[in-house]
Design a protein around this ligand. Structure first.
Ligand code: F6R
Length: 608
């Protein structure tokens, strides 16, 4: 949700670093983009509506020269997407420049107060109050002025501020919004995400809430909220920039879909001792594990769907009642939580505001919280009692694919661990299950090799604006994710239903050629799914079935069949989700959509 970057160097042009960083952070928002660069005498600002590319195209060789600057790519919250609302925002005298990620909740009162003092605003954003607050307080020391401004602000912010009077200095701070800093050979760098600076350094500082950093060409100094110097903790990053590049694929989404066999293997690496599932990060003793009498999985969007799949596994194997809740609802619902409740928070970004708020709530109520996230050092990782990383590596495409697979595999391990700790599986059963789970990597590889059947299936969507996804049991949970993928990247309206529900209302929508995608793999309820499909077929639906290889009878009811290898029913979603991701992408590409950056969306949702 908005990306910010900053750079101070001795000789390298700041604009080159900023534009490169913004391009890498564009997944965080792409409504508008802008940079501010100090040339020593003044701060020059360029802002453009639309994607970073438009900004890059509009900055010429001789524009924005200088070695100190900040930049921003926006996902609009307060104030429509427009050039006037694009960041950086300036103070009245154009002396203070600010970029901000987050929401200043009390901006209306602050704006009124500042306007009362004569400040003139030139945008509709909440951010602009920060520039005027700093201007109001500035008395020769930018750090002091920024500390004053943040002491007045309520809400979330990742903030970088420059002042005309202090060229070569950027003051940075955060609250509930990520900021990463690092020093490279050419200078000091700042980003909302490690990808913005990974070219320059692998040793980064993940700024903590209400800490301040002062960047200069010689290095970065850190301060606590009182302004006292502090020694930061350095985090070493061991993944490479490949994750931020397409590697020959036409888009990040396709690249990331193809990474899924590796994600399964990496997520499982070191998780089986030969006799036991090992998740040491859970930091619960066997006795504590056995006391767990309720599990809540809290998450949003795709991560929520991973939770729905896990519910069946935890209840089925470990026999522990499990609720899966959308984080934004969980926190306002007063759920029943006791010290023997295990709350599992699932978030790719580890930044999602609703999930974080739910974690805090659950901990206050005494639950142990276990985080599953993809981002090292993220808030979900820091605020949970234990964390498992999904090993998807950086996911750039806004639509989650490989991180979903990492989440489902991690949750499956957790379900196995809970079942084993309660004596529901013996060692041999655990070994067999783990080995079959690992085999899913090969099964996904096989799906990825035969994409012709998916291309063919996509033809069913030609000229259609609506579709159903239906399945039963874990097939239904898989369909929720399939439908979300289709709607978010192709803008085709898609609804997922438990197949048995169709006749209770949704079937009224079926007419000739209406696309119905079904997960109809071999399972104890296969026949029920097929009879539900017949109900749709007889009303004219065009049916695409994801089925188990060798199942020829499915052709009697389905117009198009996408075969996947046979895997244990419990692991089917890990494999069956992949053709649904590919199908969504195929439909989106055919409709000319930007699959990596769908409209109105951003990769991490740091606002409630
Ligand atoms: C959809 C998608 C979103 C996210 C959701 C939660 O493809 O990516 O639905 O799953 O915004 O984000 P995280 O997992 O970062 O908490």
């Amino acid at each position: 949700m908005c990306g910010i970057v900053g750079f101070v160097g001795k000789s390298k042009q700041a604009k080159d670093v900023l534009l490169e960083g913004l391009t890498r952070l564009e997944y965080r928002g792409y409504d508008s983009a802008g940079i501010a660069v100090s040339d020593g005498d003044r701060i020059n600002v360029v802002r453009r509506l639309g994607k970073v590319r438009r900004l890059v195209e509009s900055i010429g060789e001789t524009d924005c020269l200088g070695t100190c600057g900040i930049g921003h790519t926006r996902w609009a919250t307060h104030g429509a997407p427009s050039e006037r609302n694009a960041h950086p925002h300036m103070s009245c005298a154009d002396e203070i420049a600010v970029v901000h990620n987050g929401i200043i909740e009390n901006f209306a009162e602050l704006r009124e107060e500042l306007e009362g003092k004569g400040h003139v605003f030139s945008s509709d954003t909440d951010t602009e109050v920060a520039a005027h607050l700093v201007e109001e307080a500035y008395d020769g020391d930018l750090l002091t002025a920024v500390r004053y401004a943040t002491s007045r602000m309520i809400g979330a912010y990742g903030l970088a501020v420059m002042c005309k009077e202090e060229p070569g200095r950027i003051v940075v701070t955060r609250k509930d919004s990520p900021i990463v800093l690092g020093v490279g050979e050419e200078g000091s760098y700042l980003g909302s995400d490690i990808v913005a600076l990974i070219d320059a350094t692998r040793d980064v500082v993940i700024l903590e809430d209400e800490q301040y950093a002062v960047m200069t060409a010689d290095g970065i100094d850190y301060f606590d909220r009182e302004g006292a110097p502090i020694e930061p903790e350095i985090t070493h990053i061991d993944w490479t920039l490949d994750a931020a590049e397409k590697g020959g694929y036409p888009d990040f989404m396709l690249k990331e879909i193809h990474e899924q066999p590796r994600v399964v293997r990496d997520t499982l690496a070191g998780r089986f001792s030969g006799t036991e599932i090992t998740i040491d990060e859970l930091s619960l003793t066997r006795t504590e594990l056995n006391f767990i009498d309720r599990v809540y999985i809290i998450a949003c969007g795709t991560s929520y769907h991973a939770g729905l799949i896990a519910k069946d596994l935890i209840e089925g194997w470990a026999r522990i009642p499990t609720e899966v809740e959308v984080a934004s609802e969980f926190r306002y619902r007063n759920p029943i939580i006791t010290p023997t409740t295990l709350v599992v928070a699932v978030s790719q970004s580890g930044e999602t505001a609703d999930t974080l708020a739910a974690i805090r709530d659950a901990r206050i109520k005494g639950a142990k919280v276990f985080g599953i996230t993809n981002v090292i050092g993220s808030r979900v990782a820091r605020e949970s009692d234990g964390v498992i990383y999904t090993k998807a590596n950086k996911e750039i495409s806004v639509a989650s694919t490989k991180s979903f697979t990492g989440q489902v595999v991690s949750l499956t391990l957790l379900a196995m661990l809970l079942a084993r700790s309660r004596g529901k599986f013996n060692q041999n059963q655990t070994r067999i299950l783990f080995s079959e789970l690992a085999d899913c990597a090969d099964a996904i590889e096989q799906v990825l090799q035969d994409t012709e059947q998916i291309k063919d299936a996509a033809s069913v969507f030609e000229g259609r604006e609506s579709a159903f996804f239906i399945g039963r049991g874990m097939g239904a949970a898989t369909c929720y994710e399939g439908a979300l993928k289709l709607k978010e990247i192709s803008y085709v309206h898609a609804e997922a239903y438990a197949a048995g529900e169709m006749k209770h209302g949704p079937i009224a929508l079926i007419d000739e050629g209406f696309p119905v995608v079904a997960v109809a793999t071999q399972s104890p309820i296969y026949d029920k799914v097929v009879s539900n499909l017949k109900e749709s077929e007889s009303r004219g639906a065009s049916i695409v079935a994801v089925a188990t290889e060798g199942d020829t009878s499915i052709c009697d009811v389905a117009d198009k069949v996408i075969y996947i290898p046979k895997v244990r029913d419990a692991f089917m979603p890990i494999v069956a989700s992949v053709p649904l991701q590919l199908l969504a992408r195929e439909v989106a590409v055919a409709r000319g959509c930007d699959v990596d950056q769908p409209r109105n969306l951003a990769k991490s949702v740091t606002v409630e």
